[in-house]
Design a protein around this ligand. Sequence first.
Ligand code: 6PG
Length: 241
Amino acid sequence: MAAHLKTNMHVSSGLGAMSLHAAGLFSHLAKEAIRAKGSFTVALSGGSTPLRLYALLAAEPYRSDIEWPRVELFFGDERCVPPEHADSNFKSVNEALLSHVPAKAHRIHGELPPEEAALRYEEDIRRAFGGEEGPPVFDLVLLGVGADGHTASLFPGTDALGETERLAVAVYVEKLESWRVTLTLPVLNAAKKVFFLASGVSKAEVVRSVLKGKGNYPAGMVRPASGEVLWLLDTAIAEKL
Ligand code: 6PG
């Protein structure tokens, strides 16, 4: 891994403890950002790993602790399905968190044709970040990792990995036979903080490869220029590293 990249790791006994630790970090970063600039911008990960974290944030003490009206929540990616579809990241994140806190949520319109959804999301992001040139700087990006090394919906061997201008793109994932919309690497690599959440022995091999800079996985391409990457892991993974 490049020397300049600060890659830290925090190991918890299991998904519950990891989620609790992540909730504390999220709350601390939120307070810091809101104190500094009046807002806290986050790109949320889809998938199942972060759902415990989202449920903790929606409950006390974090429900009251965080100034949610100043928090802007985005998505790292979305499946191209309607928001009520079982596969929708919005659906699961809305049930766990968004429907419980008064944060502003920026949904990826998965019900639209993929490219239209990507363009609309990109416009929404640019508007939310004040139309500034270049990739927006998220205070925090939450990411998961698949056993194949994908993160968000940046899958190995897809053109999305080479995107240098767009903030969000539509990508057809052959092996899933489905369309996704995903943030691109320029956005992920502009973030101030990136938290990868990974739990369970099935992720051990890929996490070890990524941390050693091997395998050229998409998750290993997340190297924020000046931001910090923190891997939140459980012991099932850590003991295999
Ligand atoms: C998605 C996520 C994806 C996820 C990984 C890990 O839309 O599914 O963006 O990148 O983080 O596939 O998923 P799990 O947390 O369910 O293992």
